[in-house]
Design a protein around this ligand. Structure first.
Ligand code: KMH
Ligand code: ZN
Length: 273
């Protein structure tokens, strides 16, 4: 099996310090956390940023500052969010792609998101996909529901995107596909042969689904964006604690953990250092 790519999603757009006081917020805090995660085995950072008040923002300048700090002390693959927060406009969400990160997320459909709607009509998805292709940014297809796989494949049919695609199954969002193993099996069976995939289990599904992915040859995303607990009722001290656990389980199961350059090779990224 190829080495395991661990993605860390340390911030997200929705989590606050009320839910976990260890949430990194400023560019410096996010970068410091990212570097610790890299030391523990992460090879990709799925990046959201916050403004001075701690509110989610897609402002290019804050992304730029955070990315520069991360790159100074790590070789992490930068994957900027284009999901942002559900209340943002599409124009706002797309801004970080102009910075030409190695990767960016591309959600290929609309989904209920707790009390909100995470809106991604296909014309908007197509604009996002074309912007990524134009900037040489590899999309990670964010799948909150099985239909989103087929929407992504329609973009391939229409020659907007090319195979092989890399999918991330975000499972357990209230309103999206539940974080259950039977659904993970169905998602994996639904993507074309030669695709790569990772799973981001929300809340208590993070660990079991991540473990399944290690066994099945997929990849794993962990971090406070998805889950702020280490075990039931016990908050995680840091994102790196969650990364370290996945790396440890992978090693126990005989799966090596990818370096960022190994991850670049697996994902077909151009920029092997
Ligand atoms: N915050 C969610 C509404 C992404 O980063 O691409 C969307 C999200 C997905 O987090
Ligand atoms: Zn995100």
């Amino acid at each position: 099996m190829e080495p395991l790519i661990i993605t860390v999603a340390p911030v997200g757009a929705e989590i606050s310090r009320q839910e976990n006081p260890n949430l990194p917020i400023t560019p410096r805090e996010i970068a410091d956390e990212a570097i610790l995660c890299a030391e523990k085995g992460a090879s990709i950072i799925h990046l959201h940023v916050r403004d001075e008040e701690g509110k989610a923002t897609q402002a290019k300048a804050i992304f730029q500052e955070t990315i520069a700090l991360i790159k100074k002390n790590s070789n992490l693959i930068i994957q900027t969010s284009t999901g942002g927060a559900a209340w943002m406009t599409a124009e706002e969400r797309l801004q970080p792609v102009e910075l030409k990160p190695e990767m960016a997320t591309l959600t290929t459909g609309t989904v209920n998101f707790g009390e909100e709607i995470f809106s991604n009509p296909m014309p908007v998805v197509e604009i996002f996909a074309k912007a990524m292709v134009a900037q040489g940014v590899k999309p990670e297809i964010e799948v909150f529901e099985v239909g989103m796989i087929y929407n992504a494949l329609r973009l391939v049919q229409n020659k907007v995107l090319q195979l092989p695609l890399h999918f991330d199954f975000v499972m357990g969002v209230p309103g999206g596909i539940p974080g259950e193993v039977r659904h993970l099996l169905h998602l994996v069976e639904s993507i074309p042969l030669g695709s790569t995939w990772s799973v981001a289990g929300i809340g208590r599904s993070e660990l079991p689904l991540g473990t399944m992915a290690i066994i099945m040859g997929g990849h794993v995303r962990v971090g406070f964006e998805d889950n702020v607990y280490y075990t039931k009722g016990v908050l995680a001290d840091s994102n790196s604690q969650l990364v370290e656990r996945v790396a440890r389980i992978a090693k126990e199961l005989g799966r090596p953990v990818a370096t960022p350059d190994q991850a670049r090779k697996i994902l077909g990224l151009a920029s092997i250092t």
